[in-house]
Design a protein around this ligand. Sequence first.
Ligand code: URA
Length: 227
Amino acid sequence: MASLPAHLANAPSDLPPNACPLPRTGQLAGLLTSIRDKNTNRGDFIFYSDRIIRLLVEEGLNHLPVVEKTVTTPTGLEYKGVGFEGKICGVSIMRAGESMEAGLRECCRAVRIGKILIQRDEETAQAKLFYAKLPDDIANRYCLLLDPMLATGGSAIKAIEVLIDHGVPQERIIFLNLVSCPEGLQAMYDVYPQVKIVTAWVDEKLNEQKYIVPGLGDFGDRYFTSN
Ligand code: URA
């Protein structure tokens, strides 16, 4: 296995227990390097982001339960394996989270997908819910919450509050994200310690403008806006 430069080799060791960073492989570090590069054009940004999203979705699905299941193979033998249990749905935090919907659909063909729009209230500076369209039976599903960047955690915390108000228990929510930071992870753990956070990379910190450092700028702009 190719070894990484020391400064990239390990995620911070003091992360909250609900944080599940992806293993730091050469491929993952290379994909992240590509999307951080300001000279990466939009087509490549989408291509490399989508590869990371696919890894996140697969890892997120690993947190779902399986049950024993026996099948008969074409050779006529019985195979004692496992089957997937529990219905799932995706919920994207608009707009950037919508970039992750296709990756979820690639793994779960007929998955139901809901959307939540949260914006900062200019008067109170708090995250405010503007719109939510969720599957009717969301309370009976595991929920993969999608947002590529975890900065302060304000939007994700508000989105989880909405899911809980719709009957989804914390333990059935898995938050998938590409780049996080210790401040956002801690803020989420403080409020919702049972929500698992599958993150591709934990960056160093937030800056004064609440951007992730080193980060990659505004993910939604880079994914959805032509340059
Ligand atoms: N959202 C982004 O797109 N980038 C950041 O660095 C923080 C939040």
